[in-house]
Design a protein around this ligand. Structure first.
Ligand code: HEM
Ligand SMILES: N[C@@H](CC(=O)c1ccccc1NC=O)C(=O)O
Length: 280
């Protein structure tokens, strides 16, 4: 005869009666997450395609959460907690690069069997990706047009677009440390794209030449470089994976495809931090 359940529980040191308690699934709302994978074709590999995108969007949500909090801490001159958050962002970025290895198992023949079903949808429309770009300081207003169909989302994106970026707050820290930063940068219209400035370059150069005096600013600069470095690696792997899967076909979002993805590799978030490397 099988053992009584409570005896089993005692032996194993586990509980099995959760009738009146919140469960793992309740807490994580798994009913919602795990019922959100709806293939538009009956193609086996469309499941991989959906999963990779959903996982990437979840990580992007956490990246945004960390960057926004880091900006708030830097504004309050609390650099240590911000460093911890920015280091976490880089770890997430290093993690999501591996998604491309999984996606690369999708062959051109497999993808072409369900690509038509995607219509004009494209990662180009990923609003969390745009919010990350805005939060780091890369702003181009034509992007906002994409979201005109959805007023609530457009409002949210416009707010993110107008807000000071991580780089804006870093530049304010340079001024607070006594560097002679162009005053226009400190009261600028944050919805205008950032233009590289010689006063910022000089300040970063001084930081890197005397790291002991400016240890915190030096740490901050290296955290920014880490984040940009990982973004470039993500962009490169995206471009190469796309080339491997669709060659030089046009993108569903209306761009030239790989040609466009190669061009965005030139977008730079923290230009002075890269420039000074030649001058050190
Ligand atoms: C088979 C897989 C994929 C293909 C063929 C592909 C293709 C493309 C193409 C051609 C573009 C350019 C815009 C267009 O005309 O559509 C694009 C943009 C983009 N894709 Fe993908 N993609 C793939 C997977 C992914 C994944 C897994 C993500 C992760 C979220 C992603 C995120 C993005 C983003 C954010 C952009 C905008 C890039 C920018 O404007 O800087 N893509 N993709
Ligand atoms: N732009 C892709 C389509 C695509 O990849 C996609 C379509 C719908 C949802 C997410 C997508 N991923 C990234 O661009 C293509 O041209 O095949």
């Amino acid at each position: 005869m099988s053992k009584h359940l409570s005896e089993m529980e005692k032996e194993q040191g586990v509980h099995t009666d959760f009738k009146n308690n919140m469960t793992y699934g309740d807490y994580l709302q798994l009913d919602k997450i795990l019922s959100s994978q709806h293939r538009l074709s009956d193609h086996h590999d469309e499941m991989l395609f959906i999963t990779i995108h959903q996982v990437s969007e979840l990580w992007m949500k956490l990246i945004l959460h960390e960057i926004r909090a880091a900006i708030d801490h830097i504004e309050q001159d609390e650099l240590d907690p911000a460093f911890k958050m920015l280091a976490r962002v880089s770890k997430i970025q290093s993690q999501i690069i591996y998604a491309w290895d999984v996606l690369s198992t999708l062959t051109p023949s497999e993808y072409m069997e369900f690509r038509d079903k995607l219509g004009q949808a494209s990662g180009f429309q990923s609003y969390q990706y745009r919010m990350i770009e805005f939060s780091l300081g890369y702003k181009s207003d034509y992007i906002l047009k994409i979201y005109e169909k959805d007023p609530k989302l457009l409002k949210e994106l416009k707010e993110a677009y107008k807000a000071p970026s991580l780089y804006d707050t870093a530049i304010k820290q340079l001024a607070k440390a006594g560097f002679d930063i162009n005053p226009e940068l400190l009261h600028r219209d944050y919805s205008k794209p950032y233009q590289s400035d010689p006063s910022v370059e000089e300040a970063w150069l001084a930081v890197y030449k005397d790291v002991e005096t400016y240890w915190n600013l030096y740490q901050l600069a290296e955290k920014l470089i880490d984040i940009e470095d990982w973004i470039q690696q993500w962009r490169f792997r995206h471009m190469k994976t796309v080339e491997r899967i669709i060659g030089h076909k046009m993108g569903t979002g209306g761009s030239s495809g790989v040609g466009y993805l190669k061009k965005v590799l030139d977008h730079c978030f923290f230009p002075e931090l890269w420039n000074i490397r030649t001058k050190l």
